[in-house]
Ligand binder design. Sequence first.
Ligand code: DC
Length: 225
Amino acid sequence: MTKRITVAIDGPAGAGKSTLARRIAAKMGYLYVDTGAMYRAVALWALRTGVSLTDMHRLEQLANEARIEFAPGDSGGVLLNGEDVSEAIRAPEVSQAASEVSRIPAVRRALVSKQREIGERASVVMEGRDIGSVVFPDATVKIFLDAQPEVRADRRATEAALPREVVAEQIRERDRRDQTRAHSPLVQAPDAVYVDTTGLSIEQVEAALLKIIRDRTSNGKERTE
Ligand code: DC
């Protein structure tokens, strides 16, 4: 009998979700799924085709029709309708548009359904904002990664090569929007393990997460097919 494992990693921007989720997926041999990339891909498609970010009906259509695929392995590669958009989706205007698109319930429904399909086919490490609370409420392991806002701003500023104050303001704004939106706001699931990565190295967090995952998966909480 094959055991299918779902590791859900949620948390705010800059908490270290992508780096950690990717490393954990590689270590465990699971598929890494970056759900933020899916909202970004829909946003990119809307920007490229001139669809207004207030046109809920067209955005819902795009979310339903988008063919979003993840490259196997831990490269973090994302394909939209067959095109490699891994870099294009990281542009600042796409971050902004993704945040707006992610507020639309019909878009969320379409993408959540794609996320469930992926997680039902394979063992995954899936990261986002609502994975443990909405997408997979029965996930094998749920982790909520967090860090102090200044630390998150520093990490993003380094990645984006932007001044710290600019990024700190962007992060505050995105946190506020992600936490206060009406549908699937960023919340910690009651049964998620809270991990504060402030002051910890990637290796230290990775070791902590692997321990949590191994403890959970060796004590019979696996989902069985
Ligand atoms: O993690 P990220 O920055 O790539 O996410 C892009 C946007 O999508 C961000 O504004 C939060 C939103 N998002 C979401 O609402 N739900 C998810 N599961 C993942 C991301």
